[in-house]
Every structure is written in structure tokens, then in C-alpha cells.
Design a protein around this ligand. Sequence first.
Ligand SMILES: [Zn+2]
Length: 88
Amino acid sequence: MQNKLNRSRVKSGPDCEKIELADSCGVRLIYCQDCQVVELEIGAVCVRLCPDVIQRMANVMMKASLELEHLAAVSNKLPTQARPQMIH
Ligand SMILES: [Zn+2]
């Protein structure tokens, strides 16, 4: 990893200093220091996000994951009411 002293104002280019934050299950997160943007790659889809959005997204994902676990647990315990209820 090299430190760039001369920062160009070019938004996105091949010279961008990119750091891989995470790479697993087909999801890759790359931070571009030059643009101060996090690139979220899901398969062929790439989304550019503000770094502070990542934290919020992680919280939302965690919430969704817990909700899914809860739904799975409920439907396992109550096979007669396997259909998930709408939750507001
Ligand atoms: Zn960049």
C-alpha cells in the first residue's frame, strides 16, 4: 500500500487508491481513498456509497438478519402457523 501525496481531484479513475475492506460470499467492499467512496460489489452489481452509509447499512442488515432468524424460529416452533405474519 502506497501513500499518495499529490491528491488529484479526479472523481474516479484508474489512479485511485483503493483498499479492499472485505471480500466474502460474493460481496466485496472496496474503499477509494481518493474519492472517499465505498464501492459495494454484489456479483456484477457495483454500488458507490458514502463511508458513513456502510455503518447504517450494517445495522439494517443486522436487524433484517435477526428478523429472519426470528421468523424461522417461529415457523419451526409453530408448523401449523408457518405463514409469516405481516409485521409493521
Ligand atoms: Zn476513486
